[in-house]
Write a protein that binds this ligand. Structure first.
Ligand code: 1HN
Length: 347
């Protein structure tokens, strides 16, 4: 074939919706994962006044949810925070309700500020206090109601970039603005939080954890039970995973949630895994090196940790630093795509 006719052949291929693999091979099969997400830090102190601004200009009748999306500079369309994961910050004022709906995407909330709000998940009211982790597994009805005095803010974690990548997302309004309370408040949490003593008459009927709320006071108890000089993980410090009491595994099928205590002067060992993660600083200061960049962080900041980027956590201060994190590790593990460059490190 002549050069001319070869070019014509390429054009014809295009018209026939076919393409030559040999011109795409390198980008389709890179030797290592290359995340389009970039490492990033969202400054909570800078976002907070803007959240308050939108409480004055936008009612919850106008917005399904008053959420600021934390959009990764490398993942604007469709928006995501890191691969397969979304993070947003939601604000709700006293007296407001965010109407009941459900979606295929799994969600959770990690409470940042405020008190006396609750979310109702399939008829169970879950009360929110700072540091609590509340689950809204996929296809569960949920609405939020605030009966306190100060604005309430929380971090929303969702896997909708994954649901949408699979083109498997459904969404539905409940009809009534709020659900009725059908069971005693916080029932699932009181029944299942112990984890090793599960109500045996309740059968596992879903992939996600039956615990509605993992309250901060239980997290504190768990940390208090671990000695200050415990070994911990070389890269993550004293890291605890919120677990599904039925399986011992992750709280949601697509996302795991963890909390790390970085003790004073903790210098983490560098590590990378194929999991993409979002970090949220609960308390204290520190920094994380991601690739070649260093991100100094303070209370309530949120950070994007793209997959296969080497990272190193450091707490240079004389106080404890607590970092909440979630990742897509369960999804990768279920599909055989999880790799850790330090298999021996385990945690
Ligand atoms: C959602 O339904 C909530 O229910 C929060 O509070 C954040 C972000 C994207 C899509 C749906 C909620 C969300 C969301």
């Amino acid at each position: 074939m002549t050069v001319e006719s070869s070019e014509a052949a390429y054009r014809t291929l295009d018209e026939l919706a076919a393409a030559p693999l040999w011109r795409h091979y390198g980008s389709l099969f890179s030797p290592e994962p290359r995340s389009v997400a970039v490492p990033h830090r969202w400054d909570y102190a800078a976002l907070r006044p803007l959240m308050l601004h939108f409480t004055r200009t936008l009612s919850l009748d106008e917005a399904e949810r008053r959420v600021l999306m934390l959009v990764n500079p490398g993942m604007q369309d469709p928006p995501a925070t890191v691969n397969s994961l979304f993070a947003g910050i939601q604000i709700i004022l006293p007296g407001e309700t965010a109407q009941a709906h459900r979606h295929t995407a799994n969600a959770f909330r990690f409470i940042i500020e405020g008190a006396s709000a609750y979310t109702t998940v399939d008829g169970e009211r879950l009360h929110m206090n700072p540091g609590d982790l509340l689950l809204t597994p996929g296809w569960h009805w949920h609405d939020h109601r605030h009966e306190g005095n100060d604005p309430m803010m929380w971090l929303d974690g969702l896997d909708f970039p994954l649901t949408n990548a699979f083109e498997a997302g459904f969404f539905e309004l409940f009809g009534d603005r709020v659900q009725k309370s059908l069971v005693p408040d916080d029932l699932s949490s009181r029944r299942f939080i112990h984890g090793r003593l599960n109500p045996a008459w309740e059968q596992p009927e879903r992939l996600s954890s039956p615990v509605g709320n993992y309250p901060w006071r239980e997290t504190e108890r768990a940390f208090a039970a671990i000695a200050d000089d415990a070994e911990g993980s070389e890269s993550e410090g004293i890291v605890l995973e919120y677990t599904n009491p039925w399986t011992g595994g992750s709280v949601l099928p697509t996302m795991d949630c963890r909390i790390s205590r970085l003790r004073p002067h903790f210098h983490g060992q560098p590590r990378r895994t194929t999991a993409s993660a979002v970090l949220h600083v609960v308390q204290g200061h520190g920094y994380v090196e991601i690739g070649e960049e260093r991100f100094d962080f303070g209370p309530k900041d949120v950070l994007a940790l793209p997959g296969w980027q080497p990272y190193r956590l450091v707490n240079p201060t004389a106080e404890d630093t607590f970092v909440f994190s979630y990742s897509n590790r369960p999804a990768l593990q279920a599909l055989g795509m999880w790799r850790d460059d330090q298999p021996a490190a385990g945690a």
